[in-house]
Design a protein around this ligand. Structure first.
Ligand code: SAH
Length: 252
């Protein structure tokens, strides 16, 4: 059996209870060492074999899984954040299907949630934005034409950019071409929930300079939008005048 597990964004205690339990039972762990906090390995049992997938190919990862499976062992494939985002798990699952090897998936806390916590922010404020676009700048890995950053930016909603910290000049250009004003609030969150977490607040037009000044080149998320500003309407849900399924309001 193979367990794909989301490790969470960094802090070792942000893995789910289920993820930690499965990690503790694994005979083999293959973890994405470039991003997963090695402190997560403290959950493993003593005689567990550990592989860092950072330097491995898909074929090598699958070979380790297949060998473990043939020996009747349990394997954990540990991905950073939540495996459904930029986790490259689909190709692994499809290959396991072909080989007839069973697997399941345990979700994790994505770094975009970790970043909101670091910012002490809410992505979805009434009247400001009710949508979050999770995307990336096209780089060596292309992005489908319909998802060009300027097009995504045209909605003016909350945006969270993964995998784009090395391309911030282009990010600024595309965001402004899409319609964000240069002074739209933005923030760079470096290593959210890790001990070395840093939050750099800036604007859309100062993203590249802010990253440069603070030597941030990777393991960061770029967040953009009015949710980082001061203005918003309070919620209807907790408005004393508003009636809903669980509470009678003072009006209407
Ligand atoms: N599946 C992961 C994302 C993997 S892609 C998740 O759900 O978070 C790798 C990218 O995620 C990094 O380049 C960076 O942009 C972002 N990232 C991962 N962990 C991060 C963290 N703790 N803080 C900020 N960004 C992070």
């Amino acid at each position: 059996m193979i367990h794909f597990i989301g490790a969470g964004p960094g802090a070792a205690d942000l893995i789910t209870v289920r993820g930690a339990r499965l990690l503790g039972g694994a005979d083999v762990i293959i973890y994405a060492g470039s991003l997963v906090n090695p402190a997560l390995l403290d959950y493993k049992k003593e005689d567990c074999a550990v592989y860092d997938s950072a330097g491995m190919t898909l074929e090598e990862v699958l070979a380790v899984m297949e060998e473990a499976e043939a020996a009747g062992k349990t394997t954990v494939r540990l991905h950073t954040g939540d495996p459904s985002l930029y986790g490259a798990i689909r190709e692994q699952m499809d290959a396991l299907d072909e080989k007839g090897i069973a697997y399941d998936v345990t979700p994790g806390v994505s770094s975009f949630s970790g970043a909101a916590a670091a910012l002490q922010a809410e992505y979805t404020l009434p009247d400001v934005s009710q949508s979050v676009i999770i995307t990336r700048m096209a780089g060596r890995t292309p992005v489908p034409e319909g998802e060009k950053l300027s097009k995504m930016a045209s909605h003016g909603c909350t945006m969270v950019l993964f995998l784009s910290t090395g391309l911030l000049e282009e990010v600024e250009r595309e965001l402004m071409a899409g319609g964000y004003s240069p002074d739209t609030p933005a923030a760079i969150v470096y290593k959210a929930t890790w001990p070395e977490e840093q939050v750099y607040r800036c604007t859309v037009s100062t993203l590249a300079k802010t990253a440069r000044d603070n030597h941030v080149t990777k393991t960061a998320l770029i967040t953009v939008g009015g949710f980082l500003g001061k203005e918003y309407e309070r919620s209807k849900l907790y408005d004393p005048t508003f009636t809903h399924g669980c509470r009678q309001g003072t009006e209407g």
